[in-house]
Design a protein around this ligand. Structure first.
Ligand SMILES: NC(=O)C1=CN([C@@H]2O[C@H](COP(=O)(O)OP(=O)(O)OC[C@H]3O[C@@H](n4cnc5c(N)ncnc54)[C@H](O)[C@@H]3O)[C@@H](O)[C@H]2O)[C@@H](O)CC1
Ligand SMILES: Nc1ncnc2c1ncn2[C@@H]1O[C@H](COP(=O)(O)OP(=O)(O)O)[C@@H](O)[C@H]1O
Ligand SMILES: [K+]
Length: 507
């Protein structure tokens, strides 16, 4: 699914109208027809449509017409200066009038008290309200009669469906411009609006569906912003199939540097996650004093300790991916080890936890490793790395992650609700995962999965996107029956879920 801003919508509209000669009224009618599919017409008969005078309002007027054509009871309220009504909205308003569909207008300069009372009563007597006051064209604080209407809708609430965006939200930034409709469902067009990704907007947008307005795929592709929400089909398309001729060398040899005294769990989880994700060979490098404990638990993996220099050098040279950092300790030795592995390796390297902590003020050591480093910080780690506050990063997650990735020529996976994966140019939002997974070890598990997927030969960026998706997908399945989901429970489910994703097993 594509992510887009108000600007993306505007640019796409202009290109379609000017270059491809698709009249706006045609796209509007497509928008109308795709929106009404979501209005639960089998369940509800009484509708109110509240429209503005922009094209979002035009969508609403067309929806009213289509509802009437399906035998529904529809009342329409139009708010705004009639001299500003857009041509397509005017066309739809004229059709409504000609069809004698009840249509009340609230002019911003007029005395509207009686109509506002009528709106309140109508809401109470209806099943569904369709909100088409503002769409992507909202650009300043909502005031006056617009504000009154939105407050009335929110306080007398029945079921509210917002078209394109809940009226009152800035589609690009997610800022609430004074007041905003609280939608139960938002039926958006072509793009999942970038503003919806701001955590504070979740109470306004409800469930979001993204519908099409009839623009051919190749045109959208040409003008999209390279920002997407990962789809299950994308993941299925990228998972490597095991065919009958495969043997272990086909599935990568990975090395994981993790663990220290008191943190052997992190090393175990990361290695076990890599094994269960399908790596051919997994070796864990750890301190000698925890090697035995881990060896006894990771029966399918190998272990090495830091004293075995030749062996480690060989592992670094021959690995197809290296994971680094979980439970290693935030200290000088970890930094030295990180520099050592960075210098000696050529393969992709995934850095997490203490590997990130020691990078603070030392980010320049990544400079010579162009295009093969993936970092997987949570907000706290990202704050230490960038020197920016957690609240600033939270507010500007997408741009902070993108800029940091671009500046350092790395892939950034910024963890949390709706994890971000970006290389500074392309950005994916991961829609899976939940708060039952917010506990120790989850990040170690993710590191193991990413290392494994890259080691198995998936394209690096796609591997990160797929690992994050499957990690959260398993968490979502487990959380349906478990209050809390632990990393070991995720690990146990990886093989069966991978099997589900590997749809084209070539037997
Ligand atoms: N490609 C697409 O995605 C399509 C989008 N369409 C619809 O078109 C919409 C965009 O239409 P518009 O660009 O006309 O924008 P809107 O319909 O969002 O409205 C903009 C109008 O509101 C006024 N306005 C802005 N801020 C205000 C405020 N704070 N108080 C009072 N008035 C304010 C503006 O002056 C303008 O008249 C989309 O959201 C979508 O619903 C479809 O109709 C056609 C195809
Ligand atoms: N509320 C949430 N919604 C979605 N995913 C979550 C949520 N909380 C945690 N996760 C996922 O769980 C993992 C936790 O990683 P991290 O914070 O590094 O944990 P730890 O360091 O404790 O192992 C991340 O992949 C994160 O995206
Ligand atoms: K709207």
């Amino acid at each position: 699914m594509r992510i887009g801003t108000s600007m993306s919508t505007k640019r796409l509209d202009e290109v379609c109208v000017n270059e491809y000669k698709i009249p706006l009224i045609v796209m509007m009618e497509n928008a109308i027809l795709s929106a009404i599919k979501h209005l639960d017409m089998d369940l509800y008969d009484k509708y109110i449509v509240v429209s503005g005078v922009g094209n979002n309002g035009g969508d609403g007027l067309g929806i009213a017409r289509q509802l009437k054509a399906r035998g529904k009871d529809v009342k329409v309220f139009v708010v705004g200066s009639m001299e500003k009504i857009t041509p397509c909205s005017k066309t739809n308003l004229d059709i409504l009038k000609a069809m004698n569909i009840s249509c009340r207008t609230l002019d911003i300069k007029g005395e509207n008290i009686n109509i506002l009372e009528e709106l309140k009563t109508s809401i109470k007597n209806s099943d569904v309200l369709v909100d088409c006051i503002f769409g992507t064209g909202l650009e300043r604080e909502v005031k006056g009669v617009f504000k009154d209407i939105i407050n009335i809708i929110n306080t007398n609430k029945n079921l509210v469906y917002s078209i394109d965006v809940p009226s009152g939200i800035n589609a690009t930034t997610g800022e609430i411009l004074g007041v905003c409709i609280k939608a139960d469902k938002t039926i958006s067009f072509e793009f999942y609006k970038r503003g919806f990704l701001k955590y504070e907007t979740k109470e306004y947008i409800g469930d979001v569906v993204v519908e099409h307005v009839g623009i051919p795929e190749h045109i959208i592709k040409k003008y999209d912003d390279n920002e997407y929400i990962t789809s299950i089909d994308f993941v299925k398309g990228n998972i490597k199939s095991k065919n009958k001729f495969s043997f272990k060398n086909n599935f990568g040899k990975v090395t994981i540097f993790a663990g220290s005294k008191g943190f052997s769990g992190a090393a175990f989880i990361a290695s076990e996650a890599a094994i269960k994700s399908g790596s051919g060979l997994v070796t864990l490098v750890c301190d000698e004093d925890i090697q035995d404990i881990i060896s006894s638990k990771v029966s399918e993996g190998m272990t090495a300790n830091y004293k075995e220099e030749n062996r480690i050098n060989k592992l670094i040279e021959t690995s197809s991916a290296i994971g680094f950092g979980c439970g290693m300790g935030d200290n000088k030795l970890t930094l030295e080890r990180l520099e050592y592995v960075l210098n000696k390796s050529n393969c992709p390297m995934i850095i997490d936890a203490d590997g990130l902590n020691v990078l603070k003020n030392n980010i320049n050591i990544l400079k010579k490793c162009e295009n093969r480093i993936i970092i997987t910080p949570h907000l706290g780690e990202m704050s230490r790395l960038t020197g920016k506050s957690i609240s600033y990063i939270k507010e500007n997650r997408l741009d902070v992650a993108k800029e940091f990735a671009k500046e350092n020529n790395i892939i950034v996976l910024l963890k949390g609700y709706e994890t971000i994966i970006t290389d500074g140019n392309i950005l994916y939002i991961n829609p899976t995962g939940n708060s039952a997974m917010a506990n120790g070890g989850m990040g170690d598990c993710l590191l193991g999965m990413i290392t494994s997927f890259i080691g198995q030969g998936l394209e690096i960026f796609n591997a990160v996107v797929c690992a994050a998706y499957i990690h959260g997908y398993i968490g979502d399945i487990l959380s349906k029956k478990l209050y809390t989901v632990n990393a070991t429970q995720i690990i146990n489910e990886i093989p069966s879920i991978m099997n589900e994703f590997d749809i084209e097993i070539n037997l």
